[in-house]
Design a protein around this ligand. Structure first.
Ligand code: PAF
Length: 280
């Protein structure tokens, strides 16, 4: 696996590869890699000729400075895992490499519309602008033919879809199902920060979503959400939201629709904020 830290060098290298007709698959990450990330790398490997993974803990998408400072960094393990999964290139830039203009510089705002203010957007001001800025920068450098992202961050996937439309960047977005631990907990880098006790409790997020989804055509949505909220509260969570939305546009629903729906949850356990979602 090649390691690049400078964007110009990576861009030059990839230009040569693309001239040779290779399809380039891209998996952007913030590191602390788990099986979910590695499954994206393996998918990219199957569908493209050259797989680029980036590891960059992007400061502009953290609305909570503590969350940024404490974001897990496990770079040596990450390199080993990526090599094992067959990644061809790792891009590991410094903050100054990605933000030569400074992280606090004004960046033009993307018009993500409703997607930016709903759910995660309401609880994490400016988060999606930060995601948009960094993914746009990364796509400009890598210009992949294919981009691979996890459904675990459902709203982020919709934001990236919109980013591709806004910018006209021609790349195919592949959204892959969430990988789960044996007990059902959605894999996430933040799980590493849970204490042993919290780890046992954390499974309640997926359990409550599963119950909600099972009963979605049997009970009014208000009741379903109230039950899930209470289950999480009783387990010790501080609940940010439990919602059922149209999976096509994330509009919140008060009753079933014929098309695909998605149940989404975000809740804090101690210092750790967990999110999860399930498609119906
Ligand atoms: O999902 C993530 O890990 C990040 O939000 C991303 C897409 C790598 C942008 O920093």
């Amino acid at each position: 696996m090649y390691l690049f830290k400078q964007r110009a060098a990576l861009r030059d290298f990839l230009e040569q590869e693309k001239k040779a007709g290779k399809r380039v698959g891209f998996v952007p990450t913030m590191g602390a890699l788990h099986e979910g990330h590695l499954s994206l790398v393996r998918d990219a490997k199957e569908q493209t000729d050259l797989v680029v993974c980036s590891i960059f803990v992007n400061p502009t998408q953290f609305n909570d400075p503590k969350d940024f400072e404490k974001y897990p960094v496990t770079i040596n393990e990450d390199i080993q895992k990526l090599t094992g999964a067959g990644a061809d290139v790792l891009f590991l830039p410094a903050v100054t490499e990605m933000y030569p203009e400074g992280v606090n510089a004004q960046h033009p705002a993307y018009d993500f519309g409703y997607l930016e203010t709903a759910l995660e957007g309401a609880h994490r001001p400016n988060h999606f602008q930060g995601v948009g800025i960094i993914v746009h920068k990364l796509l400009d450098i890598v210009s992949p033919t294919d981009l691979f992202m996890g459904q675990k961050d459902f709203q982020q996937c919709m934001i990236i879809k919109r980013l591709l439309e806004i910018t006209g960047i021609p790349c195919v977005l592949h959204i892959r199902p969430t990988l789960r631990e044996a007990d059902g907990l959605a894999m996430s880098s933040r799980n590493m920060r849970l204490s042993a006790e919290e780890r046992k409790t954390a499974v309640q997020v997926s359990r409550s979503l599963k119950t909600l989804v099972r009963n979605i055509r049997l009970q009014p949505f208000g009741e379903l959400k109230e039950t899930a909220r209470n289950e999480l509260k009783n387990a010790g969570f501080l609940v940010d939201y439990i919602e059922i939305a149209d999976a096509g546009n994330l509009q919140l629903l008060s009753g079933p629709i014929p098309g695909p729906m998605v149940a989404l949850a975000a809740a804090k356990l101690g210092e750790i904020r967990l999110i999860d979602n399930m498609l119906v």
